[in-house]
Structure formats: C-alpha cells, structure tokens
Design a binder for this molecule. Structure first.
Ligand SMILES: NC(=O)c1ccc[n+]([C@@H]2O[C@H](COP(=O)([O-])OP(=O)(O)OC[C@H]3O[C@@H](n4cnc5c(N)ncnc54)[C@H](OP(=O)(O)O)[C@@H]3O)[C@@H](O)[C@H]2O)c1
Length: 226
C-alpha cells in the first residue's frame, strides 16, 4: 500500500486529504500535537475502511517531527507522499498577527518556525529515501496570502511566502529526480463561519486538488480559488 503522511492533520483539510488518498488505496499517517484528536480521526477513517495511524509531534519541535516521520516509516514501510499543513485552531503563545510595519523579529520568528522550518525538517527527513527510490511527492500548503499578501497578516504572509519560494525552488531542483514537490495555496476561507464577503469552500471541495497534483506530477503549484 502507498502511504501518505499528513503533517498538521486535523478535522479540516487533514481529514479531507486523508479521505481523498485513503479512498484511492493509501494508508494514512496523521501527525499533529494532540493524540486524542488524532485517535478520533483514525477511528473515523477506520469506519470508512481507511487504514490510518496517529503519530503525535509538534512542528515547532524538529526532533519530535523527525521522530514521528521515522515512526511512520517503521510502521508502514515508507512514505510515498508527504503533505504539510499545520493550522493553529486555538491561540498559541507567541503567535500574533502583525501588519507589515509592525513586524518584528519577535513576532516573525515563530511564524517562520511554524510555516517554514517545520516544512524543511519534514522534507529533509523523508527526501533521502525518496531520492533513492526515485519516487515520491512533497506537498506544502499555505493560504492565498503567500502569493497576494494582506496587510492584516504581515508576519504570517511573509513566513508563508518564504515557504512557497523554497517549495517552488525545490520543485526546480528535483526535476528529473523522480520526486515531485509542489505548493498549494488555498485562496479561500475553509469551512463555515468565515468573514463576510470572503469566499469559502469545504475541505472536501479543496482536497481533490492534492490528488491532481499527485497524479500529474508536473506542476510546481496549484491555487484553489473556490
Ligand atoms: N482555515 C482556513 O480558512 C485556511 C485558509 C487558507 C489556507 N489554510 C491552510 O490550510 C491548511 C489546513 O488548515 P485546516 O484548518 O483545514 O487544518 P486541519 O487539518 O483541520 O487542522 C490542522 C491541524 O494542525 C495541527 N497543529 C497545529 N499546530 C501544530 C503544531 N505546532 N505541530 C503539529 N500540528 C499542529 C492541529 O492539531 P493539534 O492542535 O492537535 O496539533 C490541527 O488540528 C493549513 O496549511 C492552513 O494554513 C487555511
């Protein structure tokens, strides 16, 4: 069975991506901080006939993320697709939103660690085996602000843009290697309860984009505009 490891797996995009790949024959490894929440997702997927397992880790803690991905390989025999999309659903100490002129090293650094360093750690953990196999897929998610920044999100958008730039360049570097890297920008609110006037979409509407990238293996980026 091929295996997808979803880093930052929650009830939104994480679950929808898990279903999308799981229904097409993948085993699913779910990585996030809270074991109980992961176990609930594993149960839910199990009831849908999808084999999934939980691997708790914090993307802000590189060694824990590396250890979780190594545990996925030990359990399932390898990782064919890595998908990175952590999202803080509750307030995180040190995380604030800052307009561009209000960005400081202090409020930017945690965003960089969260959006970018975690992604780099995850990719560097799985890439050697993918290169050796001359196969594999690396998918990284941000919001539309990584491309078209919004002044409300000066620090978040800068960190996401750094991730995007690196992924596009990783895509270039990996051309011909058999390994495909791509960035997904979700340019909508996800789910219900978003700000008025902002387009929204369900995770189930967005997730097929990831399957398309995985199948076609040639695009550096996909943008979901609703
Ligand atoms: N929500 C939106 O409207 C929106 C819009 C555009 C783009 N996006 C992007 O879409 C992606 C998915 O968002 P979603 O809300 O649908 O996600 P989701 O899959 O519902 O949940 C993401 C999970 O990330 C986990 N997480 C948070 N901090 C973490 C950390 N430090 N280490 C490891 N895991 C962590 C959380 O679980 P724990 O708390 O248990 O760790 C959470 O359940 C993200 O890349 C986000 O930036 C979201």
């Amino acid at each position: 069975m091929p295996v997808i490891a979803i880093v930052g797996a929650g009830p939104g995009m994480g679950l929808a991506i898990a279903r999308t790949f799981g229904k097409r024959g993948f085993d699913v490894a779910l990585i996030a901080r809270t074991k109980d929440k992961l176990d609930a997702l594993v149960d839910q997927l199990g009831q849908e006939g999808i084999t999934a397992a939980a691997f708790p880790a914090d993307v802000m803690d590189g060694p824990s993320l590396t250890a979780a991905l190594e545990a996925v390989t030990a359990r399932f025999g390898g990782i064919d697709v890595l998908e990175y999309s952590p999202a803080p659903h509750s307030p995180v100490p040190g995380f604030t939103l800052a307009a561009p002129s209000e960005v400081t090293v202090e409020n930017l650094q945690p965003q960089i660690e969260y959006n970018f360093y975690g992604a780099v750690t995850a990719a560097r953990t799985v890439l050697p085996a993918m290169r050796k196999a001359r196969a594999g897929t690396l998918l990284f998610t941000t919001g539309g602000g990584s491309i078209h920044p919004n002044p409300m999100l000066g620090n978040v958008n800068a960190a996401a843009a750094a991730l995007r730039n690196w992924v596009l360049n990783l895509h270039n570097e990996l051309a011909g290697s058999g390994v495909h890297a791509a960035h997904v920008a979700i340019n909508t609110w996800i789910g219900e309860g978003g700000p008025e006037g902002i387009p929204a979409a369900t995770p189930g509407q967005i997730a097929p984009l990831y399957w398309d990238l995985y199948q076609h293996r040639d695009q550096p980026e996909a943008v979901f505009n609703g």
